[in-house]
Write a protein that binds this ligand. Structure first.
Ligand SMILES: Cc1ncc(COP(=O)(O)O)c(C=O)c1O
Length: 406
């Protein structure tokens, strides 16, 4: 361990960029298009095919795609949107940004995804949408969640930012995330720590043609180029003239556009998605085997319909009994860092964030399972470019904590 500790510590996540990726980006830079050009559409078509979706709309982040999902669901002031507290801020912020109230239902103690009984308890007539997050890459029980939420009139958005390339078995067949019928929309992230990257970027997929078309409009200022309403001057031929320049802003939109440069990278990365997922799975299996006998570690569990076989892991989050170790989390993280291993804490429950406490009056005790999970959670490095020696370094550093404990 001593010689490896002198190396830069392993990050908890990082991109895998190949020479082919670099060449793809260089080719985009040499092309006529830097912003929304042909690579965007090609990426959307190929990504939709890869996950089994009908329509895919690429944006500059999953945060933007979640925001657009809320607009497509017509979420706004007076509505409530329920999500999990065990997520990145964007899963809840997207509702707040529309004027709706984000609310939180507690998580299941095994899957660490939204608990369906908690979701049912939190329900009310004002719930317009549910944002179900596939935490760490493990798919939520989407069929059960959809059967709960859909008949009550809510739109179901699956935040699969962590889970690109994953799936689950249900009803005797394998369903991919983005390609199953138990979400109205699914959102993926291509941030560098995610399974594949475009630098920054996100994708919204849906089976609904009208939503896909509106999503394209909303990502570009609400501008329409095909079906026109007019400028309110039907008797003025000059004001009615429509050439290739003509466009109308028919609703308020955003600049959520992604670039050809990013999509060129995405297209190249997509060809290695299956290999990225497989390598992550192998590393998770090695961690699980290595930590099986350690009493003060609770390894990530998989709950049906998710399975280890079909999960595309983004995070390896274990729960540590810091009391049994006689150390604080910060001390454990420092020790691991000295052993050449950076770790991360994912997530601080969103309802406890100051803005949420002040704005909505949420507080400690609202979601006790998520709060307990946070107190014990620690995510180890997990990314496809990790070598076997890197994985050994992580396992060795964790064992060292164990030695000191016993
Ligand atoms: C669960 C979840 N949803 C949404 C996002 C937002 O993704 P992006 O960084 O692409 O905006 C993230 C990013 O970390 C995430 O973890």
């Amino acid at each position: 361990m001593l010689e490896t500790a002198a190396q830069a510590p392993l990050p908890y996540g990082r991109q895998s960029v190949s020479e082919e990726d670099i060449q793809a980006v260089v080719a985009a830079l040499r092309s006529d298009w830097l912003t929304c050009g042909p690579a965007v559409e090609e990426f959307e078509i190929r990504f939709a095919a890869a996950v089994g979706a009908r329509y895919a709309v690429a944006m500059n982040s999953a945060t933007s795609a979640l925001h657009v999902a809320m607009l497509l669901a017509r979420v706004g002031r007076g509505d409530r949107v329920i999500t999990t507290p065990n997520t990145f801020l964007a899963s809840a912020n997207c509702a707040a940004l529309t004027g709706a109230t984000p609310d939180f239902a507690d998580i299941d103690p095994e899957s660490h995804n939204l608990s369906l009984p908690a979701l049912e308890m939190a329900w009310g007539p004002d719930v317009k949408a549910v944002v179900a997050v596939d935490y760490a890459g493990q798919p939520c029980d989407m069929p059960s969640l959809y059967h709960l939420a859909h008949p009550r009139g809510a739109v179901v958005v699956e935040d699969a930012a962590h889970a690109v390339g994953g799936g689950f078995e249900y009803g005797g067949r394998l369903w991919s995330l983005g390609g199953h019928p138990w979400a109205d929309m699914t959102v993926f992230s291509f941030h560098p720590v995610k399974t594949m990257t475009t630098g920054e970027g996100g994708m919204l997929v849906t089976e609904n043609a009208a939503w896909a078309e509106r999503a394209r409009r909303l990502r570009a200022h609400g501008v329409e180029r095909k079906i026109f309403v007019g400028l309110g001057a039907e008797n003025d031929p000059a004001l009615c003239e429509r050439g290739p320049w003509y466009h109308e802003m028919q609703e308020l939109g955003h600049n959520f556009r992604i670039t050809d440069i990013q999509c060129a990278l995405g297209l190249s990365q997509l060809t290695r998605l299956a290999a990225f997922v497989e390598r992550r799975r192998t590393i998770v299996a090695r961690y699980n085997d290595a930590f099986a006998g350690i009493q003060w570690i609770k390894r990530p569990a998989v709950s049906p319909p998710a399975s280890a076989k079909h999960t595309a892991w983004h995070l390896y989050t274990m729960q540590i009994d810091f009391g049994a170790l006689g150390k604080t989390r910060t001390q454990v993280m420092d020790e691991l860092r000295r052993g050449g291993v950076n770790t991360q804490v994912l997530y601080i429950p969103v309802h406890l964030q100051p803005w949420y406490r002040i704005t909505y009056g949420y507080g400690h005790g609202k979601c006790p399972v998520a709060e307990a999970f946070y107190k014990h959670a620690l995510s180890l490095p997990l990314y496809p470019a990790m070598s076997d020696a890197d994985v050994d370094r992580v396992i060795g550093a964790v064992y060292k904590l164990a030695e000191r404990c016993q």
